[in-house]
Every structure is written in structure tokens, then in C-alpha cells.
Design a protein around this ligand. Structure first.
Ligand code: ZN
Length: 245
């Protein structure tokens, strides 16, 4: 099983990078998780963008969905040309309505609205969705399959309840938007790098992938905040990084 980083920056991509998007692959089954700006061209380096089995969108902020609207074209074109038979299943919240209304696209998309605690079977993965602390409805997702568990934390503020989501996940993909020195006084639905590392320690994640990184930060400074707060194995996300589980 592979977890591939297609994009990891926010709120805008670094040169050659992309905002959040990840490809989970096992035995030829592919799930795209978030579809930010630049993700589709990175995905196309791995496989044709219409060859996905499902898409999960954690929430409807532009840095997580910008390329989804072009993915709609890819799937519709592939269906019309006979390269793909079935609509693409998409699991996503439907609010804010303004953006939720744009998720269906003719017969190309089969939308599954996500709710707190919802469980779904995606191929051979069982998924469970949990609301996070964020400005709009946003869902972390626990993916369990092939004897492994991955918790994707989506966008999440400090009031997010990680304890109900997972214990000892094999991989915790967690956002670290701020360095501690830039943490706003009033929480805005994002974590500092240190808070992410502490959350990973708290749920005893076996491995941590720190992501949702501000492209202008110095990577050494980010790494410094992880050290001392998390005792497991960890990575700083970068486009193309692929973890084998
Ligand atoms: Zn974001």
C-alpha cells in the first residue's frame, strides 16, 4: 500500500508544488484524498486522472478542491470516449452550499454526502469520517484496510477531538499550518507544527506525516518544532514523497 503526496502546501503552492492532495494505492485500487491546486498534473504523472476508484474531499475550501472541477472534465471526457464506464464516487461535505452545489457534474460524479461518524466501504478500505475543528464543515477520515490504518486529519484546529478517531494508527497525516511564533491568538481552525506533533504523540501514531505546510517557511524551522514533541517516525511532506505501508 502506498500513500503518495501530490500536494502539501497551503494556502498556495510552492514552485513546482501543489496544495493538498494525496493518492492512496493498493492492489491497483486508487483513492484520491483532496484535490487542491496543481494536484491533477501531479496525479497525471502517476496515472491518467480519470482512473480513480473514489475521491474524498475533506472540506470545500479552495486549497482542497480547486482542481476537482477540472477532474470533472477528465471523468466526463473519459466516459464519453468509453475509457471509463462508471461515474466517479465522491465523498464530501455539501456545505457551504455554494460549493457543494457544484460537486455533481452530469453523469460523471456520484456524490456521497459525508456526515459525522459515517462509515463507508471504498473498495477494500473501510472509512470513518469525523468532524474537525475548522471554519467550515471539515472531516478527518480513518481509512482501514489491508491490515493497516491511516488517519488523515484534514484541516483541524486545536479543539479537534483526536481521541475518538484512532489509537495507534499506522500513519497519521496531520496539518501543521503555523510555526508556534505565528499562532494567531484566536484559533482559526489550524494547528501549529508543535501542536500536530503533540496530537500524534497523544494518539500514539506509529508514524506521522506533517503536511499543509506554509510554502514560505524554512523546513529546518518546521523540523525543529516536531523534534522534542513526537517520539515516533516522521516525515515532512513534499510533493512526490511516497510512503509504503
Ligand atoms: Zn486547507
Amino acid at each position: 500500500m502506498k500513500w503518495r503526496v501530490l500536494g502539501c502546501h497551503s494556502p498556495f503552492p510552492a514552485p513546482g508544488g501543489a496544495t493538498p492532495g494525496y493518492l492512496l494505492e493498493a492492489e491497483g485500487h486508487r483513492i484520491l484524498i483532496d484535490c487542491g491546486s496543481g494536484v491533477l498534473s501531479k496525479l497525471a504523472e502517476v496515472c491518467p486522472p480519470y482512473r480513480l476508484d473514489a475521491v474524498i474531499l475533506s472540506h470545500l475550501h479552495h486549497d482542497h478542491i480547486a482542481d476537482f472541477f477540472v477532474l470533472q472534465y477528465a471523468v466526463q471526457t473519459a466516459m464519453r470516449r468509453g475509457w471509463r464506464r462508471d461515474p466517479l464516487p465522491v465523498y464530501a461535505p455539501t456545505r457551504p452550499e455554494k460549493w457543494g452545489n457544484l460537486l455533481p457534474y452530469g453523469d460523471a460524479i456520484r456524490l456521497h454526502p459525508v456526515q459525522e461518524g459515517m462509515k463507508s466501504i471504498l473498495g477494500r478500505w473501510e472509512t470513518t469520517f469525523f468532524r474537525t475543528d475548522h471554519a467550515v464543515p471539515c472531516f478527518a477520515v480513518l481509512l482501514e484496510g489491508f491490515g493497516r490504518s491511516i488517519l488523515y486529519g484534514a484541516d483541524s484546529g486545536p479543539k479537534t477531538n483526536w481521541d475518538v478517531m484512532a489509537r495507534n494508527p499506522d500513519l497519521f497525516v496531520c496539518e501543521g499550518t503555523f510555526l508556534e511564533r505565528d499562532l494567531p491568538e484566536n484559533p482559526v481552525g489550524h494547528l501549529s507544527v508543535k501542536q500536530a506533533a503533540e496530537a500524534a504523540e497523544r494518539i500514539r501514531a506509529r508514524e506521522l506525516l506533517l503536511t499543509h505546510l506554509f510554502p514560505e517557511y524554512d523546513r529546518d524551522e518546521i523540523e525543529e518544532e516536531v523534534r522534542g514533541s513526537y517520539s515516533g517516525r516522521w516525515w515532512l511532506a513534499e510533493t512526490g514523497l511516497t510512503l509504503s505501508l
